[in-house]
Design a protein around this ligand. Structure first.
Ligand code: FEO
Length: 172
């Protein structure tokens, strides 16, 4: 049985993951508007991943006898200056998600809730990748600079990303 405090924080995390999906879908729309279909496709897959993250938490709250309580999702920013700015904002957002997962872990440890701690271990690891991916793209975009041929090559590369359901969701 989850404590009320952990249930509340897990529910807030579900809403944050859904907002992440919403944010990345809006970023994808901007990238599509710039005729960068590969960048946009990468971001749409990121949006799908965030829904999967929300569903892992949803299933977990449900399994532990809690009640899922969805919060309001805010409107994401719509205007961006460049692909570089999009990915810098992606990294900054992921850093806030990491902080939020870390706060949940701290709470689970303080309450001796080992099952929640165990579920969060996967997210702690996942956040390393969630920050590493935009960092790599930012670095490549900085190398490429304003060179159109480099941007188009990167667009092709990013367009090859495919969605793979995260293991905790695939097992359910
Ligand atoms: Fe669900 Fe991108 O963290």
């Amino acid at each position: 049985m989850l404590s009320d405090k952990i249930t509340k924080q897990l529910n807030e995390q579900i809403t944050k993951e859904l907002y992440s999906s919403y944010l990345y879908l809006q970023m994808a729309a901007w990238l599509d508007s710039q005729t960068l279909p590969g960048f946009a496709s990468w971001m749409k897959i990121q949006a799908q991943e965030e829904i999967a993250h929300a569903m892992i938490f949803y299933n977990y709250v449900n399994e532990r006898g809690g009640v899922v309580d969805l919060g309001a999702i805010g409107k994401p920013p719509q205007d961006y200056k460049s692909p570089l700015q999009v990915f810098e904002k992606t990294l900054a957002h992921e850093q806030t998600v990491t902080a939020s997962i870390n706060a949940l872990m701290k709470l689970a440890i303080s309450e001796d809730d080992y099952a929640t701690k165990n579920r969060l271990e996967w997210f702690i690891e996942e956040q390393v990748e969630e920050e590493a991916n935009p960092t790599e793209i930012i670095n490549k975009l900085k190398i490429v600079g304003d060179r159109g041929d480099g941007i188009l090559l990167l667009d092709q590369q990013l367009g090859t990303r495919v969605f793979t359901p995260p293991p905790p969701l695939a097992m359910q």
